[in-house]
Design a protein. Structure first.
Length: 200
C-alpha cells in the first residue's frame, strides 16, 4: 500500500440512501458534516431515532475504502462516491482493520473511529445482491442464502454464521476543518490494548 488519501467527499441535506459528491465538505467538531442530514450531537439515523432519540451520535461521518466500490462495480453494481451513503471515500487504507478509537487526520480535520457500519436492507433495495457483497460469512464460505437481518434492519448473520461487515466505518469529528479529494490521510492508533471495531 502507498500513502493513503481521500478519493472523494459527499454529503446530502436529506435522509436518502446515497449522498452527493462535492468539491469539499466541512467537518464540524462534535457534529459531523456541515449540511448533512446525519450531522448532530444526538443520533440522526431514522431507525435509531425511533428507538432512542437521546443516544449520542456515533455515526457523524461515514468512511468507505475504494476497493469495495471497485469490487461492487466488477460485480455489476452501479456505484460510485457517495452511493452507499459515504461521506469520505478513501484509498490505500484498510479501514476495517483499524481499532476502535483510531484517529484519522483528513486534510484539516480529525475524526475518531467509533465502529462499523451495519449494512441494512436498503443496500439490496438500491441494487439486488449488493448486500451479500458487503456482508460475508466470517468463515469465507460462499452462500446462496439471503442475509438475515435483525429487528432494526441491520445484518445479523448468513446461514446462521457470523458475518464480516464491509460497508465502511463510522466516526465522530474531534477537530473540524475542510476535507477535499486528494487530501492525505494520517493514521494515529490509540494506546494498546486495541479493541476491534464493532457495529454502531
Amino acid at each position: 500500500m502507498g500513502a493513503p488519501f481521500v478519493v472523494a467527499v459527499s454529503r446530502d441535506e436529506t435522509h436518502r440512501f446515497s449522498k452527493v459528491p462535492r468539491e469539499a465538505i466541512e467537518l464540524v467538531a462534535g457534529l459531523g458534516v456541515r449540511g448533512d442530514a446525519h450531522a448532530g450531537t444526538r443520533v440522526q439515523h431514522r431507525s435509531r431515532v425511533r428507538r432512542d432519540p437521546d443516544q449520542p451520535n456515533l455515526r457523524q461521518v461515514h468512511l468507505i475504502q475504494d476497493d469495495l466500490i471497485d469490487e461492487a462495480r466488477a460485480a455489476g453494481h452501479d456505484v460510485g462516491p457517495g452511493t452507499l451513503g459515504d461521506n469520505v471515500l478513501t484509498h490505500d487504507i484498510d479501514l476495517l482493520a483499524l481499532p476502535e478509537g483510531t484517529r484519522l487526520r483528513l486534510g484539516e480535520a480529525v475524526v475518531r473511529l467509533t465502529g462499523l457500519r451495519n449494512p441494512c436492507r436498503q443496500i439490496d433495495e438500491y441494487s439486488r445482491g449488493l448486500l451479500k457483497l458487503v456482508a460475508r460469512r466470517v468463515d469465507g464460505v460462499a452462500s446462496d442464502s439471503d442475509v438475515e437481518l435483525g429487528p432494526t434492519g441491520g445484518v445479523q448473520s448468513l446461514d446462521g454464521v457470523g458475518i464480516v461487515r464491509r460497508a465502511g466505518v463510522m466516526a465522530v469529528v474531534e477537530v473540524g476543518g475542510l476535507v477535499r479529494p486528494d487530501d492525505p490521510i494520517r493514521v494515529e492508533l490509540p494506546e494498546p490494548p486495541h479493541a476491534p471495531l464493532t457495529p454502531v
